[in-house]
Design a protein around this ligand. Structure first.
Ligand code: CO
Length: 134
């Protein structure tokens, strides 16, 4: 059911510093910061030949990233995103299999303008999973 790895997301305490490191030290193609108020994050996308890296910094007081960065003050891998062809079919299949879908269970529009859902990390070996309709 899952397809390509769309991105690996890394929570960072300083987005500008992390973007500069990927651009300068790692020599990557780094996009501009995008604010996503619906998700409580500011995002920078890094384009690699086979996937993307999503650098995430909290945006606003109620950011879902705040607790993660309290536990991991230096940053850390926050989630991985797999592509699916039909997000509603994927959701229904996962719910029937006992996986917990976060939030209302309805897809939100993600950073690429496509519908996304998140799955509970305790149901996937401690890894927060994002699904994006390709
Ligand atoms: Co993501």
């Amino acid at each position: 059911m899952i397809g390509r790895l769309n991105h690996v997301a890394i929570a960072v305490p300083d987005l500008a510093a992390a973007a500069a490191q990927y651009r300068g030290t790692l020599g990557a193609i780094v996009g501009p910061p995008q604010e996503e108020p619906d998700h409580g994050v500011t995002v920078v996308f890094i384009t690699l030949p086979n996937t993307k890296i999503e650098l995430l910094q909290p945006l606003g007081d109620a950011s879902p990233l705040a607790g993660f960065l309290e536990r991991n003050p230096g940053g850390g891998i926050h989630h991985i995103c797999y592509e699916v062809e039909d997000i509603l079919a994927a959701r229904d299949h996962l719910k029937a299999a006992g996986a917990r879908v976060l939030g209302t269970g309805e897809p939100k529009i993600g950073a690429h303008g496509k519908p996304v859902l998140f799955l509970h990390p305790k149901d996937f070996n401690g890894c927060l999973v994002e699904l994006e309709q390709a």
